[in-house]
Design a protein around this ligand. Sequence first.
Ligand code: PMV
Length: 307
Amino acid sequence: MRIGRGQGCGKLILFGEHAVVYGHGAVAFGLERGARACVKQGSGAVRLRMMDGAVSVGDVRLREAFGVMADVFGVDAGTLDAEVSLEVPAGAGLGGSAALAVALSRAIADFVGLQDGTQDALVERAVALSEGVFHGSASGIDQVAAMGRGLFGFRRLAAGELAIEALELPVDLKLVVCQAEAGASTSEMVGGVAAFRAREPEVVEALLEEIGAVSGAAVEALQAGDVGQIGALMDRNHALLGSLGVSTVGLDRACVLAKNAGAVGAKLTGAGGGGCVVALVDGDAGGVVDAWNLAGLTSFEVVLAAG
Ligand code: PMV
């Protein structure tokens, strides 16, 4: 039986979440881990396997997303079965929904026989529609990372176009990521910032503006390989996200634990309200990993290679 297979990357936002929704710059990269999918002839069954091994069948939003993605490739989702495995925690700020959308749409493209080079535009359209199902209005940064980008600067321009700049590092960057607590809904967190902005436009505009400035300074620090400055900017970005109301005690605690264990900088990543923290280390990551372990938080390391 013909089987279509696809893979999508998770993502990690290093700078600029939330402000990116309002046209400010952000910095992110695609994680090697993300999601894998396969599709075959069937009757519309969609199975989702989470990282902890739990399997859900027939998730309503996933079925809806599968339907709109299959449409883009001219296929009736009701004639296919799909199996998707997530390799990042769901809803924790690591771009799980975009990863699974890229994986599923690449699997559909493979199933209908589209070659890698010819499928990208359709995959991008399918993923944008799927992200609409999961997140309402998203900046699009997750899907760029999920397609497999290295480190990149990102900005959404007025006409909805995306400015994407590949960033090269002169030195390796060592990051550690932990899930501090269960994640919150991205659309609710984005909606919360929008409501805050409607109530307090001047305050929130100033915060978003400064987050954008931090991202701009971070691009320079990253390109210069200035680890101390990158860390300081991560700390600043986290404090600004706190003022925006998207941090939590659990996220703040994970940042403090990392800093006390020698991290150069630490911040929440993604929509906040829970989810993950990323810490930058200079040298050995063991101290941060141990401090988080002792607090019951599991983590993984990511090295962003120079070049
Ligand atoms: O938590 P995530 O992985 O969905 O990331 C959301 C990032 C935001 O900037 C808050 C929203 C967006 O669409 O960019």
